[in-house]
Design a protein around this ligand. Structure first.
Ligand code: G16
Ligand code: MG
Length: 218
């Protein structure tokens, strides 16, 4: 049975991808090249350092390690300005009722995000207090698809991986869940989330009944 749900942040609970996009685009424009929303798809779920490498590859630019560090720092300063302006209305549809339903059934709630800003974002949109554990980009050494972030969540909650369900919008995140020995709900397109046990177009479609169904397959 299901004892814990572990949620990715960007693309599942909130849409911070649009702010990452604006901040990366500003950096790209300063370096003299354009960065499109389609390019931004490649950065979803990817760490900050890796995102910068992809951006530089798109622009055909090379930077020294010191310059890379400064560029990533500046991008984050701009990104955090957007995050600071976020409010409770930015929690995606369906999320709050679902989290409340989990709470009422004593199912534990965890966050498993690549973002180093995850705690701040949860606080800004006022859902931080509902989480029993938060594992973020400051606490893991290996990025998704490595299962570390979700395994650490399960350990912190004292729950076995087979009793956890992961909610993820990124292919690498769904792969991480599978490698952790957890079930997963993909949020997005079935074509890109093939490893997920079920795929839903958005969190607005999630229900506890559906969760119980995938739990029984175990
Ligand atoms: C999120 C985003 C990524 C971002 C990463 C790191 O991951 O999807 O685009 O690059 O966090 O964010 P930061 O620069 O704030 O550390 P997730 O795992 O929540 O989808
Ligand atoms: Mg995500």
């Amino acid at each position: 049975d299901i004892k814990a749900c572990l949620f990715d942040l960007d693309g599942v609970l909130v849409d911070t991808a649009k702010y990452h996009y604006l901040a990366w685009k500003r950096l790209a424009n300063e370096m003299g090249f354009d960065f499109t929303e389609q390019d931004n798809e490649r950065l979803k779920g990817v760490s900050r350092v890796r995102s910068l490498e992809i951006l530089l590859e798109i622009g055909g630019k090379e930077l020294t390690d010191k310059e890379k560090e400064l560029a990533a720092y500046r991008k984050n300063e701009w990104y955090v300005e957007y995050v600071d302006a976020m409010g409770a209305d930015e929690v995606l549809d369906g999320v709050i009722p679902f989290l409340e339903e989990l709470k009422s059934k004593n199912i534990l709630i965890g966050l498993g995000s690549a973002s180093k800003n995850a705690q701040k974002i949860l606080e800004k949109v006022k859902i931080d207090r509902i989480f029993d554990v938060v594992i973020d980009g400051n606490m893991v050494s290996k990025a998704k698809p490595d299962p570390e972030v979700f395994l650490n969540g399960a350990i912190a909650l004292g729950v076995e991986p087979q009793n956890c369900v992961v909610f993820e919008d990124a292919e690498a995140g769904v792969e991480a869940a599978r490698r952790a020995g957890m079930r997963s709900v993909g949020i997005g397109e079935p074509e890109t989330l093939r490893l997920a046990d079920i795929v839903l177009p958005s969190m607005a479609k999630v229900s506890l009944d559906m969760l119980v169904d995938i739990g029984q397959e175990a």
